[in-house]
Design a binder for this molecule. Structure first.
Ligand code: SF4
Length: 290
């Protein structure tokens, strides 16, 4: 039996020892956080003498020279009652684009049946980095973007605002977030204004900044040195000071003692969107850099 390097997402950490024992005797458990399939760890696995990675909770995202077995996690929950109690919200729309994360893909059959019973049509698109129709990632909203001209609105099934907000900004169609944790459905438009206010405030401050940190993650699916170098060149050509900083996980507290005026995030786009206010200095994603 090959030695296994095991990665599970935070939501499964309470069960990690049962999972490890099921896989066999020779399992090394990664104690690091793991938020996406962008974060496989072939180098750490090799150094720990492992010959294979078992990665829970995500689908394949990138190539690796080490074998990776992806274990999907699916949850079958009943979202129809939430849809039913919010049917007024989508009463004027007939063609409904539905997107969700891997975990909730199994609810799509019920959603389709329900929408059809109301004379509506569910439309699914395909992402660029995802495996299944209707499946989105925070950095890959294309299961929605690819069908924007074929739908009247979108429903995002999942939790948090990062995925549906990204879809709203990229498609400018009405997006409704069916939150499976809160059992409620809300128009994401409500959050758009707050997000845009924070975004433009950060862009305004970045314009006046003189000392920039360009943040890079060493996670294989997030690392983008070419982009970081390009941004550094652009900023320096404008007479600014700019340095590339590399992290495993980009976190506000790691930047605390660095004498910088602003950050450009080239790692997971979520960092500069959902966590923007957690940083003490303005932070922008590359496409927001003035
Ligand atoms: S880069 Fe961010 S959004 Fe994309 S898979 Fe990784 S954690 Fe998820």
């Amino acid at each position: 039996m090959p030695r296994i390097f095991l990665q599970v997402p935070e939501g499964l950490k309470t069960k990690v020892f049962e999972i490890a024992d099921e896989l066999g005797e020779d399992v090394i458990i990664s104690g690091e956080t793991c938020f996406g399939a962008c974060d496989i760890k072939p180098d750490e696995a090799k150094r720990a003498g492992c010959e294979k990675i078992v990665h829970y909770g995500h689908t394949k995202f990138l190539e690796s020279d080490m074998p990776v077995e992806y274990k999907e996690i699916r949850e079958k929950i009943d979202v129809v009652p939430v849809l039913e109690s919010n049917i007024e919200m989508i009463k004027d729309y007939e063609r409904i684009g539905v997107v969700t994360t891997l975990q909730f893909l199994d609810v799509l059959a019920d959603v389709k049946n329900y929408l059809e019973s109301k004379g509506k049509k569910m439309i699914l698109g395909k992402g660029q980095k995802t495996v299944y129709d209707g499946q989105v990632l925070g950095c890959d909203p294309y299961a929605g973007v690819s069908i924007k001209d074929d739908v009247d609105c979108f429903i995002y099934i999942g939790s948090g605002k990062f995925h549906p907000l990204g879809l709203l900004l990229k498609t400018e169609k009405p997006v409704f977030g069916l939150d499976i944790e809160r059992n409620e459905m809300k128009s994401i438009d409500e959050f758009k204004d707050k997000f845009l206010r924070q975004k433009y405030a950060a862009i305004g401050m970045v314009k006046d900044a003189k000392r920039f940190g360009i943040l890079v993650s060493s996670k294989p699916g997030q690392m983008n040195m070419d982009l970081a170098e390009k941004i550094k060149g652009k900023l320096r050509s404008e007479g600014k000071k700019a340095w590339i900083l590399i992290f495993d996980e980009v976190k506000p507290e790691k930047l605390e003692f660095l004498d910088l005026d602003a950050y450009v995030n080239t790692a997971c786009p979520r960092i500069a969107i959902e966590d923007r206010t957690a940083f003490k200095k303005p932070i922008v994603n590359p496409d927001e850099l003035p």
